[in-house]
Design a protein around this ligand. Structure first.
Ligand code: ACO
Length: 358
């Protein structure tokens, strides 16, 4: 099999460190445990991008709100051809319409774009009127307000904020690497983010949380979990939301998101029985995966509780990858800027194994 570049160090970064053996994630010098649920997405952007944006949390909050309003002007260009696409493909098509560049204004537009375009696309696909960005709400609350058509409850906004912070950066994953490769050609931040979005779309990366809910639906009730998952594995299918290239223990983001889900459940915002079903599926999956691969630790990854959290927030499963992009775009831009400021053209080599010329 062709290498997946396991263990190859292809960049140096100040943005995040993934410790796969100990299940620890550090983002911009802070442990995820100290960030998730305690830091707003705007404050997270100040940590990731403050130097490049030359702004603190308050300035980023103002500038990002202004960028949401600027990007909203592009919503009128959403046409039938774009609405016929899946949400992540439609988001990619809309971001492709934004001007390219390596500057701060381009970065703000890209930071705002998934939070503005995703709700607009979803509402238009349902035949509902589009909601304009607010002048006063924070980024996560505004994204939900544009989606739901009402100002979200505080615990809902907090849950989405926690999610965006939790997924804001994660080492040199496939989409971040794609962003760095494109940024290294000096094509511009918009081009880099389009490459990253395309990588994120795949089910082995950011496309997994929708299928997690499909799996929960097919299980239906906790007592069926073991039998249904065993049958899936017997058919050679992968259990979505489990396994990771780097983590050999539980993904720390799964804990952060489970805690956020439990907070939402306390506020009565999670359908009765959903958490119990998820826990039964998770428990059965871990037992079955240990039996299947005793020497390869396959643990819960970020996508499992992402699916439950975003579902509880009223987001449709086909749009989960777009919401992932709304958080990860901060990390992508940080990595792209690192590549532009400190890197060179990324150009590895391949080994020719074809026939020799006569
Ligand atoms: N269910 C069943 N078997 C699995 C799973 C799973 N979720 N994950 C890995 N395996 C098995 C593979 O079939 C393979 O078995 P084999 O050696 O008999 O062929 C072995 O474990 C190793 O798998 P690889 O694909 O080589 O491991 P890799 O590091 O490339 O995969 C990945 C990581 C892609 C995340 C994988 O675990 C997977 O497909 N998980 C399900 C999809 C998923 O949850 N994706 C989201 C990841 S998190 C993120 O990107 C944001």
């Amino acid at each position: 099999m062709i290498s997946g570049l396991d263990d190859v160090i292809a960049a140096e970064t100040m943005l995040s460190d993934v410790d796969g053996l100990n299940g620890r994630l550090v983002i911009a010098g802070h442990s995820l445990d100290d960030l998730a649920g305690r830091t707003s997405y705007e404050a997270m952007l100040a940590l990731l991008l403050g130097e490049f944006l030359q702004a603190d949390t308050a300035a980023i909050t103002r500038n990002l709100a202004a960028a949401r309003r600027e990007v909203h002007a592009y919503v009128e260009g959403i046409d039938a051809a774009i609405l016929a696409l899946s949400p992540i493909e439609a988001l990619r098509a809309m971001i492709a319409r934004l001007p390219d560049g390596e500057d701060r204004d381009t970065a703000y537009r890209l930071l705002a774009a998934p939070a503005v375009f995703t709700p607009a696309l979803l509402r238009m696909q349902q035949g509902l009127p589009v909601i304009a960005p607010s002048e006063t709400l924070g980024h996560a609350a505004d994204m939900l307000a544009m989606l739901l058509g009402t100002v979200p409850a505080e615990e809902q906004a907090k849950a989405l904020d926690t999610y965006l912070v939790t997924v804001s950066d994660h080492g040199l994953n496939a989409s971040t690497f794609a962003a760095r490769v494109v940024a290294s050609t000096r094509a511009g931040l918009t081009s880099a983010i389009l490459a990253a979005l395309s990588a994120l779309k795949g089910p082995l990366h950011g496309g997994a949380p929708g299928p997690v809910l499909d799996m929960l639906d097919s299980v239906g009730t906790p007592e069926r979990a073991e039998a249904v998952l065993a049958a899936e594995l017997a058919r050679g299918e992968r259990l979505m939301g489990f396994g990771h290239r780097i983590y050999r223990v539980r993904d720390p983001r799964a804990d952060a998101l489970k805690a956020a889900l439990q907070q939402l459940a306390k506020a009565g915002a999670v359908p009765a029985g959903r958490l119990a079903l998820a826990e039964a599926v998770e428990g059965a999956a871990l037992v079955l995966l240990r039996q299947k691969k005793p020497d390869r630790a396959l643990e819960t990854n970020v996508e499992f509780y992402t699916a439950l959290l975003l579902e509880a927030l009223g987001l449709p499963r086909e749009a989960f990858t777009c919401v992932f992009a709304a958080g990860r775009v901060g990390g992508w831009i940080g990595h792209a800027r690192e590549q532009i400021d400190h890197g060179r053209l990324i150009r590895p080599q391949s080994k020719y194994i074809g026939p020799l010329a006569a």
